[in-house]
Design a protein around this ligand. Sequence first.
Ligand code: S2G
Ligand code: ZN
Length: 462
Amino acid sequence: MLAEILGNKQIRTDQDSLQHWGKDWTNGFTVAPSAVVFPETIEQLQELVRYAISADVKLVPSGGRTGLSGGAVASNGEVVVSFDRMNKILDFSEQDRIVTCQPGLITANLQDFAEQQGLFYPVDFASSGSSQIGGNVSTNAGGIKVIRYGLTRDWIAGLKVVTGTGALLDCNAGLIKNATGYDFRHLMIGAEGTLGLLAELDVQLTVMPEPQVVMVMGVPNVGDLLKILQSFNAGLTLSAFEFFSDVALQKVRDHRSLPAPLSQPEAFYALVEFDESANSAAEAAFAACMEAGWVTDGVVSQSASQAAALWQLREGISEAIAPYTPYKNDLSVRISDVPEFLADVDNYVANSFPDFEVCWYGHIGDGNLHLNILRPEHMSVEEFFHHGHAMSPKIFALVAERRGSISAEHGVGLLKRDFLDFSRSPEEIALMRGLKGLFDPHEIFNPNKLLPVDDGLAADKN
Ligand code: S2G
Ligand code: ZN
């Protein structure tokens, strides 16, 4: 019984709790866990796994519940394992610049702790105030500074994980060099809770950057975005290169009553961030882009608060469009493929679904585009998601043509599971199933997530 492992304050079965902890930020899936548990120690995680094996119970790990692919949704009576109470910082080594923490630590609290040590945790995104570092690891979260600092994967120096037999693996222990065979740390990063329960993380920190400057530019032709990127990259090191359409900007301005950044609207906008010492190089790059006609206007922050205000225009999009229950796609192709790929997808959606409003934004500097189709007011969520699922194979075929990814940073979860073979070969999926069988032999972790349901019936792709 769960009550033999955990105190009764660590178990909830009331409907409000089941509905609250049984889902993430993804729409459109049934939420029906049987219980929510709040373990506080590694030993309790191991006990939970042994209980799940003996009672044939399935476990759905749950962090900040900001996931966007249904990775933390419990639809079939699973027990949700919430890490809300495993949220502590356990140790900090100044020499190693490593924070040892529990997976439930809120990302923003990790960032604040780093700053208090005069250091920096550089992976950042709009949901960092709610997301937990364990969830960031489980989806290898990217965000807005990937072009300079990489992804979550690049900052995990070690991790402890409880496998599907209840064993505790201590992976890499924070070592910089360790050439002793397969690195299971990297297997667990991005595994979306399907191979084990993350129990402890060694997070690498780095030096603080200089104060940052943000510039927003008006871009009439989306095909010029990469020329702008190349022009800036030629002269300075960018911390971020984001883009968003005027549709996205309007939604954020309406949602937060914000002024327009430029005197005239443009079809698209580029947001760049860089060290203040690169100001003159950035101004030179901006002038060159103006000269070339790739940008028509620009605004540059003069203070940290102005930089934050300009970031709001980009980071506020997700929240601003949420009322439209958008059908989300989180796509990536090589940077060099972005202009043609974006045009192909835009043409397909405009020709096939002319009355759907398309909202483009994303981390175009690393090839990651967020395509959000907004639900028309008159249409039910169910009908709208039906159309969304119908358009996905065509969009993913365009991704596959360029050897791109159908999920750049949000993970596969439930939402993209049946389309995984647009980005992974049958051989790879078979090997993934083999790994699942090795690490989760009793199939207790996050059932039906990430890997297509192996029923032999390929989802209709044509
Ligand atoms: C972003 C956040 C989630 C979304 O804004 O970069 O990853 O797609 C997204 O709204
Ligand atoms: Zn993103």
